[in-house]
Ligand binder design. Structure first.
Ligand code: MLT
Length: 202
């Protein structure tokens, strides 16, 4: 997968896996990651699917309606990419913390829904429930931050609440913070994510 890797300066920190929103690329979230932790390794990946020229991490049939077969295939592809990247760059495979926005948050959530050892933690900005009706792996004690929008037209409050319930039931420790700026990722949300991150990894 097309990506950027930066080696961090503090080996005690996790590796930040950056997953952009629809139409973004591997450059999009670098500034955000530096805001969260400028000393951690960064692995920033570009989604392999194109929708009218816009990179995404999996296909959708309509807005908010996911192509499940492709979601499962792309989730596995990303899972395997994490494995080979850890070997290539020499970072700890067991200590990857995803930071995803929108479509990137959805593939990060899908990693958590399908694998018990994909992520050591996740910051999900405006995620949805990637897939319903499956039993999740045991996620304990994976810490997850959800940045949700009370008035997000795309990733509704109900989706955020359902996602929190599903992940918590699977054993994850979920912290949800609410904002009222629609689907936008704003500085107050980034600051809340940073506080959460520092409480666990600093
Ligand atoms: C998705 O397709 O993953 C969600 O609708 C969010 C997005 O449009 O990126």
């Amino acid at each position: 997968m097309q990506h950027i890797y930066y080696k961090g300066t503090d080996e005690t920190k996790p590796t930040l896996l950056l997953l952009h929103g629809t139409g973004g690329n591997e450059e999009s979230l670098i500034g955000l990651a530096k805001e969260i932790d400028e000393t951690a390794n960064i692995l920033s990946v570009r989604g392999n699917v194109l929708e009218h020229g816009m990179p995404r991490f999996f296909r959708r049939l309509a807005e908010g309606v996911f192509d499940m077969e492709d979601l499962i295939f792309r989730t596995k592809e990303l899972y395997e990419f994490l494995q080979t990247s850890a070997q290539q760059y020499g970072f700890d495979r067991q200590r990857i913390v995803a930071i995803g926005y929108s479509n990137g948050a959805n593939i990060a959530a899908s990693l958590l829904f399908h694998y018990d050892d994909a992520l050591a933690g996740a910051i999900l900005h405006h995620p949805m429930v990637p897939r319903r009706g499956i039993e999740l792996p045991q996620l304990s004690p994976t810490p997850v931050f959800i940045g949700a929008g009370t008035n997000d037209p795309m990733c509704t409050a109900q989706e955020s609440e359902d996602l929190e319930t599903l992940l918590s039931t699977a054993g994850a420790t979920v912290t949800t913070k609410w904002f009222n700026f629609g689907h936008q990722l704003t500085m107050p949300e980034v600051q809340a994510a940073k506080e959460w991150y520092n409480s666990i990894y600093a």
